[in-house]
Design a protein around this ligand. Structure first.
Ligand SMILES: C[S@@+](CC[C@H](N)C(=O)[O-])C[C@H]1O[C@@H](n2cnc3c(N)ncnc32)[C@H](O)[C@@H]1O
Length: 446
């Protein structure tokens, strides 16, 4: 790490601790976060042989063994885990999301923290997952689809529009702010090259604006988590101090994790509050670096408002769902020639730029229903016709390469293909063979 402004600032703030916090921590840890919608942390730890052990920042994060390629593993394809730096997994867990909550992730792409929030909802309630940059919002949608988060509404909006549309609506809000990325220095040279004091100031202003919008859409009594992957005072403790001075209706709750260190008084930028209630993770703690603070809005939560939709799926779509699944959670909604299963609390009509609301079910082509990949990823484990694979079965690798495989458990017609019960998309079975419908862009090639 050699940005001169960064180094001079941190040496001054940390004194003798500087060497310990950054320079002597050479090891770069890689980690994954298990998807609690697919399995639990203990079962995952037993079944995945590529894990080094649990990370100390949240129960669903695990360090990886050296030389693993987690992106090609069948469990990755099946959304059993998300490749996520260990300290980055901490903030979402602080919100203590419960099934049925209304949750907003305001700066969500590529989706690591949204996946955690969605998994903790266990399919009940609503996750609104917003990303400002359009191309990144598509990546977010794809990741949430792979993780099977079926009650997510993915938006590509300015934070101010989200706040206008949902006044005091959410029980829990996460602001993982766009930041100067000092916690990325060891992983990405580009973050180091682009860094400057001016960038820190710019990010601090942007973060303050986003936090203001987050405050508006949080319900009375609701929780707001603010996090960054930077160490800069103006974006961290200083940001929280400024927010508290503008928002006396918020109070700071203590954050204490098994590893890391309390927020620092010297980084308050002159604001008067107890910065030690915040939490920091430095490279020496076993993660690349994160700052987080948990805030509560005063007041008592009101019963949530819900928006009802009335729609019946096309005959072919309804028939397919009845035969293959029975009752699924959500409301069928048509958009053009496609059908979606929309979470009950969501209202996809209106002016918000929606990337995806709920699960894409499929479309009717020449009088026949063609199921969408997202349907298999969300509900494949519940499907009545399945081709069941295991990690040890050579057909699993063949399937992920896009090959046709021999049928052993599926009957004729559309079938969900599963590895150890986790979904790997659709196949179509006939004459003892399963034709491969796993999307071409997702296959393990080369
Ligand atoms: C730190 S990243 C979020 C990472 C994400 N929470 C995760 O865990 O995968 C911050 C995100 O904020 C987005 N962003 C950029 N400008 C923004 C703005 N003005 N308002 C809201 N979000 C913005 C960035 O595109 C980026 O995807």
């Amino acid at each position: 790490m050699s940005d001169s402004y960064f180094e001079a600032r941190e040496r001054e703030l940390l004194g003798e601790q500087y060497q310990k916090m950054y320079a002597s921590a050479q090891h770069v840890y890689r980690a994954v976060t298990v998807n609690l919608l697919r399995t639990d942390a203990q079962t995952f730890a037993r079944s995945a042989d590529f894990l080094e052990g649990p990370a100390p920042f949240c129960p669903e994060s695990f360090y990886l063994k050296e030389n693993t390629r987690p992106g090609r593993h069948p469990y990755h394809h099946a959304g059993v885990y998300y490749v996520q730096e260990a300290s980055a997994a901490a903030p979402a867990a602080l919100l203590n999301v419960q099934p049925g909550d209304r949750v907003l992730d305001l700066c969500a792409a590529p989706g690591g923290k949204s996946s955690q929030l969605g998994a903790r909802l266990q399919g009940k309630g609503l996750l609104v997952s917003n990303e400002y940059v359009a191309a990144r919002a598509q990546i977010l949608k794809n990741n949430l689809e792979r993780m099977g988060i079926f009650n997510a509404w993915v938006l590509n909006e300015d934070a101010s529009h989200v706040a206008d549309a949902f006044p005091e609506f959410f029980d829990k809000v996460l602001v993982d702010a766009p930041c100067s990325g000092e916690g990325m220095f060891r992983k990405e040279e580009e973050a180091l090259r682009q860094h400057s004091q001016a960038l820190v100031r710019q990010c601090s202003e942007m973060g303050a604006e986003i936090l203001g919008h987050a405050a508006r859409c949080l319900a009375p009594g609701g929780l707001l988590c603010y996090s960054t992957c930077t160490f800069a005072p103006e974006e961290d403790e200083g940001q929280i101090g400024r927010f508290l001075s503008r928002h006396p209706e918020f109070s700071l709750l203590p954050v204490r994790l098994a590893a890391g260190s309390p927020g620092e008084e010297a980084r308050r930028c002159g604001w008067d509050f107890d910065a030690s209630l915040c939490w920091r993770i430095y490279p020496c703690h076993g993660g690349e670096g994160h700052f987080m603070a948990l805030l509560q809005k005063a007041g008592t939560p009101q019963p949530g408002r819900s928006v009802s939709h009335k729609a019946k799926p096309a005959k072919e779509c309804g028939q397919f769902l009845d035969e293959m699944f029975g009752q699924l959670p959500g409301i069928p909604v048509q958009n053009g020639d496609r059908w979606y299963l929309v979470p009950e609390l969501a209202s996809p009509a209106g002016r918000l730029r929606t990337v995806r609301c709920g699960v894409e079910l499929g479309s009717v082509v020449k009088g026949r229903f063609v199921p969408a990949h997202g349907l298999a990823m969300a509900f494949g484990g519940l499907c009545r016709n399945t081709e069941q694979l295991t990690l040890a079965d050579p057909r699993t690798a063949a399937w992920l390469r896009g090959e046709e495989i021999a049928a052993k458990t599926a009957g004729n017609g559309w079938t969900a293909v599963l590895v150890d019960g986790f979904p790997l998309g659709w196949g179509k079975c006939s004459a003892g063979r399963v034709k491969n419908h796993y999307p071409k862009g997702l296959r393990n090639l080369g």
